[in-house]
Design a protein around this ligand. Structure first.
Ligand code: TYD
Length: 209
């Protein structure tokens, strides 16, 4: 079902270094003459930017199921209008966060149930799964210290307690163990260039297939 391109997602807690790794991977792939689309969820489209504002910055309550549906709506539109077309053109899509974020944050963090949340995302995307998911694994205390050092105001999810982030982390590791052929799990406390090298090795193998 996957189109000729390559769909790579980056996952991990807030402060795990996904943005840095996405940039390093894009720079390397472009130096190898690949066409790369770098994108993210939530907020990879105009509609998504509006949804992102609600899920991350709305000041009042957003009920857990409404939150899950907002992420799913963002994803449905993003995959249909940005990601699938790029994959069909044979391009490499590097995406910050995808359905595993929903399973970890809404499924485990908000305790909505992993199977329902996964099914919701698969319905939203007509079953699109990444070719590779890089999980940047970091303990919540180190992640929190990084976010504090960055000195930016916390969004709704970042402001959750460490116990929430511990559940998110544990769920990510369960997901990775269940699909070892899709996931590459890396220790996010390692230097960025070491992590980038491990990602490049895995992507090189995929591109050679
Ligand atoms: P992110 O874009 O990584 O935040 P930042 O711009 O601050 O680096 O992600 C925004 C938040 O949304 C993050 O805390 C995780 C959360 N999230 C979910 O809860 N479910 C989802 O399906 C997605 C994609 C993100």
């Amino acid at each position: 079902m996957t189109a000729p391109g390559l769909f790579i997602t980056l996952e991990g807690g807030d402060g795990s270094g996904k943005t840095t790794q996405a940039s390093l991977l894009r720079d390397w792939l472009e130096s190898e003459e690949r066409i790369v689309v770098r994108t993210r969820e939530p907020g990879g489209t105009e509609v998504g930017v509006l949804i992102r504002d609600i899920v991350l910055h709305h000041r009042g309550e957003v009920s857990p199921r409404a939150e899950a549906l907002l992420y799913a709506a963002d994803r449905a539109h993003h995959i249909a209008t940005v990601v699938r077309p790029a994959l069909e053109r044979g391009e490499v899509v590097i995406q910050d966060r995808y359905l595993d974020s929903s399973v970890a944050y809404q499924g485990a963090g908000r305790v909505l149930g992993r199977d329902e949340i996964r099914d919701l995302s698969l319905w939203a995307t007509e079953g699109l799964l990444p070719d590779l998911t890089v999980l940047l694994d970091l303990d919540p205390a180190t992640a929190r210290a990084r976010l504090d050092a960055a000195d930016k105001p916390f969004d709704r999810l970042e402001a959750e307690r460490d116990e929430f982030h511990a559940r998110v982390r544990a769920e990510y590791l369960v997901l990775a163990a269940a699909e070892p052929e899709r996931f590459l799990v890396l220790d996010a406390s390692l230097p960025a260039d070491e992590i980038a090298e491990a990602v490049r090795a895995r992507v090189t193998a995929l591109l050679a297939l």
